[in-house]
Design a protein around this ligand. Sequence first.
Ligand SMILES: Cc1ncc(COP(=O)(O)O)c(C=O)c1O
Length: 384
Amino acid sequence: MPATARRLAIFQESVIREMTRLANQHGSINLAQGFPDFDPPAELIEALERSARGPFHQYAITWGAPRFRQALAAKIARFGGPQLDPDRNLVVTCGSTEAMMVAMMTACEPGDKVVVFSPFYENYAADAILSGAEPIYVALRPPHFDFDPEELRRAFAQKPKALVLCNPSNPCGKVFTREELLFLLDLAREHDAFVLTDEVYEHIVYAPHRHIPFATLPGAEERTLTCGSLSKTYSITGWRLGYVAASERIIAQAKKVHDFLTVGAAAPLQEAAVTALEFPDSYYDQLLADYTRKRDLLLGYLAQTGLDYTIPQGAYYTLVDISPLGFADDRTAAEEITRTIGVTGVPGSSFFREPVHRYLRLHFAKKDETLHRAGERLAAKLRR
Ligand SMILES: Cc1ncc(COP(=O)(O)O)c(C=O)c1O
């Protein structure tokens, strides 16, 4: 029998999907896989019904339907992002998942090195490896998830082709400060590296923290590929709409990668999503108010357990330090807590390159009632 590609051997099945299966098996509340259990805004569902009846059933332009790209460029500029030409600076993709893959394959040759912060969203290392590149990890150190500038300098001394930046960060909730971002940009400039940013949580940043789009830093434009998504901002993870934004020189190449990978994102969904991109500012204020309430609600219950946990600056995850509970490791803890308490999280070690086995990641993109039920179970039974 022919052997399948060796590069796939190191990929495991996603721990998150495994935990979801376990949660279903035990009827446990699933705070593992990070997507909402509530509907997107009603106006969006109505827009989808309208677009289903319109002339949007064949391929759109591969790099994105013009109306969608225009609305996207306008929305990005409205929230302090760069001024983008919808024809020259954008490729619409099937979610940020495809966007990151396109960015990686646009920036890197086989054999190149890519700096990835750890803990990290699981796709980055996979994107690098599928592109033939090699990830080099730099730790974001708990509890504040700061990086050590010297460690980062040592990583850059290995001449990486790119740095991956997840900001706001999943899973640690870090929102990088302007000073940190400028430091990263200086290093990227000094070593002539690209910066591939994943900014899918740009609208979920809690006061007093602020999201700074990396591409808006002075001089960042020529080396930044920004990956964004509609998944989280409009609670439509199943619509699979995302994008890469970059300079004309970079996007001309990214268009080719995207074209050969997927041809394009679904045309009727791009049409319907124009409605979302045109939502007034009040939509985003409400989104943030809702997530702030959900965060405080879950953390309020966690406070009753006596355990330590991260207070996210952005995104919708917290890492709970389950080390005082005496489990052999975080994997055992996640399984036991699913079975005995009926709440499921992700063992934190699946996000870390270093051997960190003391966290359980919980997300709070859930209806308040779901969070109350989960919180009550945790507060009653999860005790240090
Ligand atoms: C940091 C980060 N990037 C990307 C994604 C996936 O985004 P999309 O649905 O746009 O592919 C997720 C989903 O959880 C995420 O947490």
